[in-house]
Design a protein around this ligand. Structure first.
Ligand SMILES: O=C(O)c1ccccc1NCC(=O)[C@H](O)[C@H](O)COP(=O)(O)O
Length: 272
């Protein structure tokens, strides 16, 4: 991992908690029969929905307060709103997540579920079954290929998260099939959608590409899709208010955007 002093204090704290949890898992190796993430994205596309991973994110270092609603009820409403897949935070100390929450959510829905946590050690993979696990290139550095193999051996699909071109190259070299470009700089916790736009153009076509973080509106969703996102991962903007309506607004971003464009064209081409 790079110099911890370069990371935001909250991220240093998240990582040190992750290292403390590493190796203290149940010890039993999990074996997963995953729900297919790419197939879920394809179903959404065929249905005219923007492929969206909606995140159950009770709190975070950059969110005020904690959302106390039942996470299973939230997850079910996200699926009702058209989410192709879900992300569930399992980090307990900074995001209000738990492996128990993930298990309950996964039992309640039929879409793929991503385990969102800060995995730095193989034993952490055995904490709970999910369809997809996250590996953050910045935090696992030279262990990326080994952790990717260890996750796949257990049946997981793997989302490898990157933030810049160097991390993208490491992810591709390690054999990542699904890459997420995080618009949130974990050194400073600043969000810039331009990050995705600059990194996305270097991603090989065969890689499934996900735009992560800072997507707050249908216009942002269209911007990420125009830059090449196969799917979007959204937490805060969905958790802020009515999660079903918020999810629906994002999955309809292209359909509604096209309709808006059509209205606009009609007015300008056929003035009354
Ligand atoms: O969200 C945070 O505050 C955060 C802080 C430190 C490390 C990671 C953090 N977020 C993790 C995530 O990956 C996001 O929850 C996810 O990409 C969704 O982002 P958003 O839509 O901006 O909530």
């Amino acid at each position: 991992m790079d110099d911890p002093d370069e990371l935001a204090p909250a991220v240093r704290s998240i990582l040190s908690a992750a290292h403390e949890r590493a190796g203290s898992g149940p010890g039993e190796r999990v074996s997963v029969s995953p729900r297919d993430l790419d197939a879920a994205f394809e179903r959404a596309e065929a249905d005219g929905r923007v492929p969206l991973i909606a995140e159950v994110k009770p709190t975070s270092p950059t969110t005020e307060g904690t959302r106390e609603d039942d996470p299973v009820a939230l997850a079910e409403r996200m699926v009702a709103g058209g989410a192709a897949a879900l992300s569930v935070l399992t980090e307990p100390d900074h995001f209000g997540g738990s492996v128990d929450t993930l298990e309950r959510v996964r039992d309640a829905v039929d879409v793929p579920v991503l385990r969102k946590d800060f995995v730095v050690d193989e034993a952490q993979l055995d904490a709970v079954e999910s369809d997809v696990v996250l590996l953050i290139a910045r935090f696992v550095e030279d262990d990326l290929a080994d952790l990717l193999a260890a996750a796949r051996d257990r049946g997981f699909q793997v989302l490898v998260e990157v933030h810049d071109r160097e991390e993208l190259e490491r992810a591709v070299d390690a054999g990542a099939a699904t890459v997420g470009v995080n618009n949130r700089d974990l050194a400073e916790l600043v969000v810039d959608l331009g990050t995705f736009e600059s990194v996305a153009r270097h991603v090989p076509d065969e890689v499934t590409l996900i735009a992560e973080s800072g997507i707050g509106s249908p216009a942002d969703a269209r911007r990420m899709r125009a830059a090449g996102a196969d799917a979007l991962l959204v937490g805060s903007a969905i958790m802020d208010g009515d999660v079903e309506a918020n999810t629906r607004e994002l999955v309809r971003a292209e359909a509604d955007g096209d309709a808006d464009d059509e209205d606009h064209r009609d007015t300008t081409e056929h003035p009354t």
